[in-house]
Design a protein around this ligand. Structure first.
Ligand SMILES: C[S@@+](CC[C@H](N)C(=O)[O-])C[C@H]1O[C@@H](n2cnc3c(N)ncnc32)[C@H](O)[C@@H]1O
Length: 204
């Protein structure tokens, strides 16, 4: 099954609140986005946004230039439906992050919670980082959240790569200044816990 088919099937068979990565609000992501930019005109992109409520919260806070990219059309449709009329103010991209055509040197904030860790091959990670480097503007911010060293080895039945901040920085490296990193314990709807890593970078 292709990666896209996998994710269409997941979102076609589970409610938004039933997936292991569900959280009512992505509190840490929001906190870091505030730290990155208080300017409501800043361009923000959520990579692999899925059906998460981050976009709802950003709209409520008044951000004017929000993009959401996901490989699953079903996830995008559910998020759009939930948002109603407000969905029209979001730029939606249904694409694989490594094949997407994104504006160059444009975004002030790049946010990814639980997508990069699915890139198990080096060439995929290289391509992803090329996408970030080309589409985030100089001085912009990159918020990356993956499973931490004690996180699960799989998510949604797929293998993941777990990271600590040193290992993740080793992937991003030069050009990405690590401003802050932290781990947090996510409580899943199944009442299990998962360790997540958050890294906050500034593009130099
Ligand atoms: C574990 S979920 C996380 C969703 C959301 N970021 C959150 O924190 O609730 C991973 C998401 O990434 C999307 N995804 C997986 N691989 C992708 C890829 N190569 N390109 C774009 N999106 C992808 C999936 O469809 C799914 O919505």
């Amino acid at each position: 099954m292709s990666n896209k088919d996998h994710w269409e099937k997941v979102y076609g068979s589970k409610a938004s609140e039933a997936v292991s990565w569900y959280a009512p609000h992505l509190e840490t992501s929001l906190k870091l986005i505030h730290q990155a930019s208080a300017n409501k005109n800043s361009a923000i992109i959520d990579i692999g946004g899925g059906e998460s409520t981050l976009v709802d919260d950003l709209i409520t806070e008044g951000y004017q230039d929000i993009s959401v990219l996901d490989i699953s059309q079903k996830a995008i449709d559910v998020a759009k439906e939930r948002l109603g009329k407000s969905a029209d103010m979001v730029h939606w991209y249904c694409a694989d992050i490594n094949q997407a055509t994104l504006p160059q040197n444009y975004f002030e904030v790049w946010h990814d919670r639980a997508v990069f860790h699915f890139l198990t091959e080096e060439y995929q990670r290289v391509k992803y980082i090329e996408q970030v480097t080309q589409s985030v503007r100089h001085g912009g911010y990159v918020i990356m959240s993956t499973f931490g060293p004690e996180g699960p080895e799989k998510c949604s039945g797929l293998d993941v790569v777990r990271y600590d901040s040193e290992k993740l920085h080793g992937q991003f490296g030069k050009g990405f200044k690590l401003i802050d990193s932290s781990t947090e314990i996510h409580k899943t709807p199944m009442n299990t816990t998962q360790q997540f890593l958050y890294c906050f970078y500034r593009m130099e």
